[in-house]
Design a protein around this ligand. Structure first.
Ligand SMILES: [Zn+2]
Length: 452
């Protein structure tokens, strides 16, 4: 720790833990864990070294590979056990590809500029890793012994298959089993005009399921077309699908979302959000769905055409027409019912439907008072005025697998930013310096409360 003098008053410079949070984030960004560098094992080993240096027994810090070439870290900070079963703390080591020519600077070089830390993974999700590792080191330095085990799991393939978390749960359940999980890779805070207004807790994810549609036909010479045509039949079915919407159905998470998110909205929108949340008002639901694709996706299952191909020659009748439909199902929508609805809407037995990959169910996690309560209290202290909003993601994370394995999972990155400045997966990815260190402070305080 360094001291500097401002007038006669000694002023503390940045505390040590802040410098450490920055250094670990920088170290992680400079290890290329994208599809080109593939250095997830190297990153896992680097984080393992920090934990062992801080005094965790080497046996409790394991670099494990369950998919060839993919490194994961599972580390256990032991507690007394008086506070109950462990808490699982999640983040991922891998990042989305970043090409030098697409960026304003080298994506795997850490840099600080204008109040931001830059680099691939800075926000997704290396800040989360650095936060977890720094927090454990800080506890060790203080001699803080939690009342329950804290287990860190860092996976190496969240951005692609998610196989590592799935296999860790299947093959090493004893190492990662927990009463509930907190995920740094979801949730977050919204800044509007620099003011914190909402703090999201991700408690559910929509379920991903794609279908291949096919129409086959005898074909023939295009100079003598008959009544049957594979492309027309498929196109007609897709047109019927375009006019269809799945029914509106709220769950605990989305109902609370609409009710609370109303707080910072213009009066008309706020009225509709509350009418939907409290009375399932159908007219309010249609207005909200029309106002925002995100609101629409939050209130119902969606299925949309994302691919189309057909025919084999300019001068031949098509023998095959294909389309891809991508569905994002509500967590409690059975895949069989969604498929049956599609068959009904396509309304043509010539259009065959097949699932491209099996869905991973992800039941919504309940808004448990022993988890959400401490989060709300801490948000009120650290970001007064920000409303805590449960969130159902329209995309998916490793949390789908932990929920599916019976571990309720809460996404609470706690990193605030402006909604129009989300650069995860994009170019010149960055995270605000203050929001990052503030999130680290939140995790330090939160875990203490949940494990004291
Ligand atoms: Zn992520």
């Amino acid at each position: 720790m360094t001291l500097s003098l401002a007038g006669a008053m000694p002023v503390l410079a940045q505390p040590d833990h802040r410098a450490r949070e920055r250094a670990i984030l920088a170290e992680l960004i400079e290890i290329d864990t994208g599809p080109t560098g593939k250095a997830t094992t190297e990153a896992a080993e680097a984080m393992a070294r920090h934990l062992v240096a801080a005094g965790l027994p080497a046996d409790d810090v394991r670099v494990i590979s369950v998919v060839p070439g993919i490194g994961n870290l599972v580390a256990r900070y032991r507690g007394t056990g008086a506070g109950g079963r462990p808490i699982l703390l999640m983040a991922h080591l891998d990042v989305v590809e970043a090409l030098r020519e697409d960026w304003s600077f080298a994506p795997f070089e850490f840099r600080e500029r204008d109040g931001y830390y830059y680099g691939r993974g800075s926000s997704d999700n290396k800040a989360g890793i650095a936060t977890l590792i720094s927090t454990i080191i800080r506890y060790r330095e203080e001699g803080f012994v939690p009342s329950r085990d804290l287990i860190i799991v860092l996976t190496g393939d969240e951005e692609t298959s998610g196989d590592s978390i799935r296999l860790l749960l299947e093959q090493h359940r004893d190492l990662v089993d927990a009463e509930f999980a907190l995920n740094t890779d979801a949730g977050g805070g919204e800044l509007r005009d620099g003011r914190p207004i909402a703090f999201s807790v991700q408690t559910a994810e929509k379920v991903y399921l794609s279908f291949a549609l096919e129409v086959r036909d005898d074909g023939g010479h295009s100079s003598v077309p008959g009544p049957s045509n594979a492309i027309y039949r498929l196109a007609a079915g897709l047109t019927r699908l375009a006019g269809f919407a799945f029914p509106v159905r709220l769950n605990e998470t989305t109902r609370t979302f609409f009710d609370r998110a109303a707080e910072h909205q213009p009066a008309d929108l706020a009225r509709d959000m509350r009418a939907l949340a409290r009375e399932d008002d159908a007219a309010a639901a249609s207005r909200l769905a029309a106002a925002s694709p995100f609101y629409n996706a939050t209130m119902r299952t969606t299925c949309v055409a994302t691919g189309l191909s057909g025919g084999h020659a300019e001068n031949a009748l098509p023998q095959l027409a294909r389309a891809v439909i991508n569905c994002r199902m509500l967590p409690d929508d059975p895949a069989g019912e969604v498929e049956a609805a599609l068959v009904r809407v396509l309304a043509d037995p010539a259009i065959t439907l097949s699932r491209i990959a099996p869905p991973v169910p992800s039941p919504a996690s309940p808004l448990r008072a022993d988890v959400v309560g401490p989060i709300e209290a801490l948000v009120a202290e650290m970001w007064p005025g920000a409303v805590v909003v449960p969130e159902m993601s329209t995309g998916a994370t490793d949390g789908a697998f932990t929920r599916n394995a019976g571990i309720p999972t809460y996404g609470v990155s706690a990193v605030f930013g402006a909604l129009d400045d989300i650069r995860a997966h994009g170019r010149d990815e960055r995270i605000g310096v203050e929001p990052y260190h503030r999130a680290a402070e939140f995790w330090y305080r939160l875990l203490k409360r949940l494990a004291s």
